[in-house]
Design a protein around this ligand. Structure first.
Ligand code: HEM
Length: 418
């Protein structure tokens, strides 16, 4: 790369602000600049070196010496200091059951916790939920079909994941709106703007969520049902979960797929509205949907950023990093890497192969990926069967600010029902 291009890139990165409206409008321009750098960009607010190239992200995500948590590797004083620097401290419930979960464990503990729910989330296990998703989506569409316009996010997408994951776990259907609220309040704290106000909200939401799950657990202990929580109780009784691990696994399952599903449904619909040819092809031939859904995940991943800590010294692109360094895995940036994907900025529903990283890779590969894709497929199938046109209304679509999540804030649409 010429010095001119390199220095232009560096100047731009000095202005790198993931909370800015410009980044929300088009993060992909910045990701392109990050990939062009000859070394990972150090992002101080996360104390992380950002990896944007596909090969680098895969290498770190699949390296067993790159871990999610430094628990057990750093001293209590170091841990406390790191927590304090990142404003992750002084929140007893959040620290106990959100900051340490299956997602934030490694090695043997992670393998044990993952194995306990893995079998319940395979494509075969969740196939039984298809009818539930379909019935619920049809009911939602019936409820809005007389409206001239509605918000695809707030009035439609936002209702679905809480209901479905809640059903899988065994939460009563009427609790879905509350589950959504808690999930949003708890995970908002994962981005860089950890204000005191957000902190208080995240802690209160975690506390209330915790007590809700304790109550549900007690209820299922008395009256077991054919649901995941009742099955998890058998595992707890057999000593395979500690009480905190039990609650934290339930909470993670309820939260991990919540905002992400809402966001990707919104970005997916927005992307299709901008690509009417692709939408027309999908209407005409629904067998194209599974491939198109993979492309939506590649093109607009709802969870763009995760971290890893190095347990050993490591060299990346010829640059040395000592053990203890934190890396940011920009799955979204990797999904647009021209070295891996032809025409990466083009939305192509026929793309194959499509080894996107929206669900991560390696030991922490998303456990909900089959459920996420099932939801998407059934929702788009029903939308295309029951409507003759879907139009976007209103002006520019604004996306959420931040590095950790991506999805439209609102998406007003008009549907012509058949
Ligand atoms: C809707 C789209 C979704 C996306 C894009 C997504 C993405 C991801 C990603 C990237 C990871 C890996 C994190 C890392 O590398 O550190 C992950 C992990 C995880 N996801 Fe998802 N997810 C989605 C939906 C779901 C759903 C519906 C569920 C639950 C039913 C779920 C449950 C989990 C769990 C439990 C983990 C932790 C796995 C582990 O640490 O071993 N996700 N997800």
């Amino acid at each position: 790369m010429s010095d001119e291009v390199q220095s232009a890139t560096v100047t731009q990165l000095n202005e790198f602000d993931p909370l800015s409206p410009a980044f929300a409008r088009d993060p992909y321009k910045i990701y392109q600049q990050l990939r062009a750098l000859d070394r990972p960009h150090y992002f101080a607010p996360h104390d992380a070196n950002l990896l944007a190239r596909y090969d680098d992200v895969v290498a770190v995500a699949t390296n067993p010496a790159m871990v999610r948590s430094l628990k057990g590797y750093e001293s209590a004083t170091e841990a406390a200091e790191r927590q304090r620097r990142a404003n992750w401290h002084d929140m007893p419930y959040h620290e106990r059951v959100v900051q340490f979960s299956l997602l934030d464990s490694d090695g043997d503990v992670h393998r044990r916790l993952r194995k306990l729910v893995f079998g319940d989330l395979t494509s075969r296990s969740i196939a039984g939920l298809e009818a539930e998703v379909r019935t619920y989506v049809v009911r939602l569409l019936d409820g809005i079909k007389d409206r001239d316009e509605f918000d695809f996010i707030a009035d439609f997408a936002a209702h679905i994941p809480g209901h479905i994951i809640g059903r899988l776990l065994g939460c009563p259907a009427e609790d879905a709106p509350q589950l959504r609220l808690w999930s949003e309040q708890v995970v908002q704290f994962f981005d860089v703007d950890r204000t005191a106000q957000k902190k208080a909200l995240a802690e209160t939401a975690t506390r209330d969520f915790y007590h809700y799950l304790e109550h549900l657990k007690a209820e299922r202990t008395r009256h077991p049902k054919d649901d995941l929580i009742s099955k998890m109780l058998l595992d707890e009784r057999a000593g395979r979960y500690t009480p905190d691990e039990f609650i934290s696994t339930c909470m993670l399952l309820l939260m991990a797929g919540h905002g992400s599903t809402i966001d990707v449904l919104g970005s997916g619909m927005h992307t299709l509205l901008k690509h009417p040819d692709a939408m027309a092809q999908l209407r005409a031939d629904q067998s194209l949907l599974p491939n198109a859904i993979q492309e939506i995940f590649r093109y607009e991943p709802p969870l763009p950023f995760f971290h890893r800590h190095a347990l050993e010294d490591v060299t990346i692109r010829g640059h040395y990093y000592p053990a203890g360094t934190t890396f940011g895995l920009l799955y979204s940036a990797a999904n647009r890497d021209e070295a891996q994907f032809e025409r990466p900025d083009e939305f192509d529903i026929h793309r194959t192969p499509n080894r996107h990283l929206a669900f991560g890779m390696g030991a922490h590969l998303c456990l909900g990926n089959h459920l996420a894709r099932l939801n998407m497929r059934v929702i788009f199938e029903e939308l295309f069967v029951r409507t003759s046109t879907i139009e976007g209304v209103g002006g520019e679509t604004t996306y959420k600010p931040g590095l950790s999540v991506r999805g439209p804030l609102a998406l007003p649409v008009r549907l012509a029902f058949r």
